[in-house]
Design a protein around this ligand. Sequence first.
Ligand code: PEP
Ligand code: MG
Length: 325
Amino acid sequence: RRAHYAALREKPSVTRDGVDITLLHNSGLVADLPMLDDTGAEGVGLFRTELQFMIASRLPRLKEQAELYAEAMGIAGDRPIVFRLLDIGGDKVLPYLRATAEENPAMGYRSIRLGLDRPGLLRTQIRALLQAAKGRPLKVLVPMVTETFEFLLTKQVISKEVDRLKRAGHPVPSRLEVGAMVEVPSLLFELDQIMPEADFVSIGSNDLVQFLTAADRANPRVSKAYDPIALPRLRAIRLVVDAAARHGKPVTMCGELAGKPMEALALMAIGMTRLSMGPASIGPIKEMILNLELKPIQDEIAKALGAGANGQSVRALLTQWAAKQ
Ligand code: PEP
Ligand code: MG
């Protein structure tokens, strides 16, 4: 199978009816990045920067962070990497950062909340990213945005660091894009406010589905009961796709959904064209795309979503449809 997928590497990921799908990696380790050459993916749609922090025995210093980012950019070359700002807290614990016990860590003091509350940590990371990019383009993604103003505050921290570099006569990124993760349900109701402020958005389906269904993503006893591509979840994701289209902003799915064939099919059926996934999923997903006539399934899914159907999954519909192909 590996040789089979390797043969697909050079082929552009376009459906039979001509829809271009951008395939990207989810990653967090520099050691993963050479795999870009094996899969032929267009870049890294989600680089989880907290991994460096999780495997360290103390807080990585500015220089160490900058070196890691520069190394990553060096390996990726012209292929873009979306660096997500630290998403610490919840299930991602740093032993050396004293955390107070919380009843609900997933909904607690985490991610950009912690970043904005401890701006020293956030500033250091942003400084490291800007230093690493020097003269190259840079993409930064803000996790767990709950309200637009948190995104604006983060952008202010970034602008201040850019100004600081300029004043000191250091090189700044040739182009800087800042995106917001849509993974907290409240932001679904602020899409027209966040979109004009963001250069791009990424949907984190792992958290978004967890919070939409109030079912812990780490607890299969409850999370298994709710299909992430059931109509209510798919409608929520479609809100983001439609808002992004209205505002002319790119939207990527970077949750685990994107790397599973039936789920990826559902996402493409509602108009998503940028999918970020574990490198091992690129081959199988690309193969599906190359054999796919997308328009008919888009019509079927649109009908299912529009009808007053109950919460049932579109999985059955997609499975039937796939079997006929
Ligand atoms: C997500 O929530 O879907 C996501 C991509 O981020 P993480 O899994 O790191 O929370
Ligand atoms: Mg998340």
